[in-house]
Design a protein around this ligand. Structure first.
Ligand code: PGA
Length: 254
C-alpha cells in the first residue's frame, strides 16, 4: 500500500497579487482533490492566508514563519495563535532564508516550542552549508536538531515534520539538488536522532521531507529512490503546471 506523502509549496515572497495567489491555489486545490494519499500544504505569504483559507477543499495551509510570543507589543510580528485562529495547520520554522535574516538556533527553538504549544505542526528545516569529506557536518546537523527539540514533550513531538534541505541546494543561487541516494542516507541519520529523542514509535512515524531545487524532473526520484515522505518545494511550486504534475507523481509513487 502506498504511504501518504506531504507536498509543501513554499511561495516565499510571491506572487505579488492576491488574484494570482487565488489562481495558483485553485489549480493546486483541483490537483489535490484528485490525488489520493497526498496531502498538499500551501504556504503563501501570510497576507493571503485568510482569503485562501475560505475555500480550502482538501488543501491545508502553512505559514512561512511565526513569532516566539503569542500577543503584545511586537510590531510587525504574526502570532501562532492568530495563525491557528485562521485555520492554518503548519508553520515553516528555521528556513535558511529566515536564518539569513537573523533567526538564530535559540530563536528557531523558541519558535518551534511556540508552534507546538499552539497545536500547530512545525516544518523544521535543517541542512548543511557545505559538506566535508569526513561527514562531520552530519554530527553538526544532529547537534542542531537536539538543540531545537530539547525538552519537547513526546505528545507534542508527534506533530513535528522535518525538512532536510542542504542550504547550497535552496533558491535561485543553488548549485543543484542533492541526489536521492544522498538524501536517503541523510534521512536515515536524522531518523536515528528522532528515535533517540522521542522513542521508536514516534521517531519512526515523523515525516522527513526533501527540499532544495526540487523540480518536475527530479521529484519522482526523491519520492521513490530517496523514499522521501514528501517534498518542500520553492521556485517550482509557482510554476503551477509543474506543481500539479508533482502532485500527480506523488500520488503514484510507492
Ligand atoms: P527551492 O526552495 O525549491 O526554490 O530551491 C526550497 C525552499 O525554499 O525550501
Amino acid at each position: 500500500m502506498a504511504r501518504s506523502r506531504l507536498i509543501v509549496a513554499n511561495w516565499k515572497l510571491n506572487p505579488t497579487t492576491l488574484a494570482e495567489a487565488k489562481r495558483l491555489a485553485l489549480a493546486a486545490k483541483a490537483a489535490s482533490a484528485k490525488a489520493k494519499k497526498v496531502q498538499v500544504v500551501l504556504c503563501p505569504p501570510a497576507v493571503y492566508l485568510a482569503t485562501l483559507l475560505t475555500a480550502p477543499g482538501k488543501l491545508l495551509f502553512g505559514a512561512q514563519d511565526t513569532f516566539t510570543e503569542f500577543e503584545g507589543a511586537f510590531t510587525g510580528e504574526i502570532s501562532p495563535l492568530q495563525l491557528r485562529d485562521l485555520g492554518v495547520k503548519y508553520v515553516i520554522v528555521g528556513h535558511s532564508e529566515r536564518r539569513k535574516r537573523g533567526d538564530t538556533l535559540e530563536v528557531i527553538a523558541a519558535k518551534t516550542r511556540a508552534v507546538l504549544k499552539t497545536n500547530l505542526a512545525p516544518i523544521i528545516c535543517i541542512g548543511e552549508d557545505k559538506r566535508d569529506g569526513d561527514g562531520d557536518y552530519l554530527e553538526g546537523l544532529v547537534r542542531e536538531l537536539e538543540f531545537i527539540l530539547d525538552k519537547v514533550p513526546r505528545q507534542a513531538a508527534k506533530r513535528i515534520v522535518l525538512a532536510y534541505e542542504p542550504r547550497w541546494a535552496i533558491g535561485a543561487l543553488a548549485t543543484g539538488a542533492d541526489t536521492p541516494e544522498q538524501f536517503l542516507h541523510h534521512a536515515i541519520f536524522l531518523r536515528k536522532t528522532l528515535v533517540n529523542l522521542f522513542g521508536k514509535e514516534i521517531g519512526m512515524s515523523l515525516p522527513i521531507l526533501y527540499g532544495g531545487s526540487v523540480n518536475v524532473k527530479n521529484a519522482d526520484s526523491f519520492l521513490t529512490v530517496g523514499q522521501a515522505d514528501g517534498l518542500l518545494i520553492g521556485r517550482e511550486s509557482l510554476q503551477i503546471k509543474n506543481l500539479v504534475e508533482i502532485i500527480k507523481l506523488a500520488a503514484k509513487a510507492v
